[in-house]
Design a protein around this ligand. Sequence first.
Ligand code: KG4
Ligand code: ZN
Length: 338
Amino acid sequence: MKILGIETSCDETSASVVEDGKTVLSLSTATSMAKHTQTGGIIPENAARAQQEYIIATINQSLVEAFGQGTPSELLSKIDAIAVDIGHGLIGPLLVGVESAKTLSLLSDKPLVPVSHVAGHIFASFLTTNPTLPALCLVVSGGHSDFYSLDEDLNITWIAGTRDDAAGECFDKCARLLGLPYPGGPQISILAEAYIKDNPDEKLNYFPRPLAHDDTFDLSFSGLKTAVLKETKEGQPKSVEFMCAQIQESIIDSLIIKSKKIFFEKNFKSFILGGGVVANNRLRQKMELEFKDQLFVCTKEYATDNGAMIASAAFYKYKPVDPLSIEAVANLEVGRES
Ligand code: KG4
Ligand code: ZN
């Protein structure tokens, strides 16, 4: 089954054709990141306008990449279904993808599958690995730092999450405090990597690991941001590389401490990592050391938002609905219904 996946929840406009949830026939992604770097962060209106600018060309490119040249109707006839990310995310950008997918579905008479953003990040791992179930899943992105279970019937249930900022949000906000451009996560990881290379034996415990010793599975990152702010205002001057390495290590260790606590207290067979922060090399390495062959994580190209993860999730959780009934939901919460 060939599914066209569409993802427009934030600053990426992405479309991909994936066969049977595994074989990526095409992946086309446009990004408005440069516009947001200029403004120091995302202005939702600008992100929505960029989605509108890129969406048609991106979808067309992904179909041409998958099937070769043809008219739009010839190309659409080669797919079996369309899948679209319906949230959570920024409402303006989401609406562009959702309304485009509805229109294509009605015109081509292809089934339309709504997919949550969280399911997309979880099923990104299925593109390149074969997780055993039930699995503990950790989604770490600009909008999420949440633990979920994925059971044998592929139901997603929320377990716990951050009390305040998400991990990616913390990377981005700390980077801003250090005067680094948006998005901060990749910037911090590059400078941290350089610092660790030059100081391989240094213990990176300058900042505390938030909530490390409390009994819950909760995460929290706003205290780290405040500590970094205080340090930049009142502390002895430190190099940006030092600060990046320390911030990164604090975030990663907090994630690892709580991941281990949940994983070993409950009976999971595997641990799935998803979301943009999974593009971080140090996080991947440290998680691999802890979870070894029980860790299932997508390759870096499928970590940040992309259409392939949406197509994969739609294949495994295939539930088409009447296109006219689909709505974008900015604050869609997954697995918290009961
Ligand atoms: O999943 P994603 O593309 O979008 C959301 O759903 O939010 O994740 C974007 C987040 C941003 O906060 C970005 O700074 C972070 O992922 N990120 C990273 C890295 N690459 C992206 N954080 C740390 N290290 C990275 N290499
Ligand atoms: Zn995301």
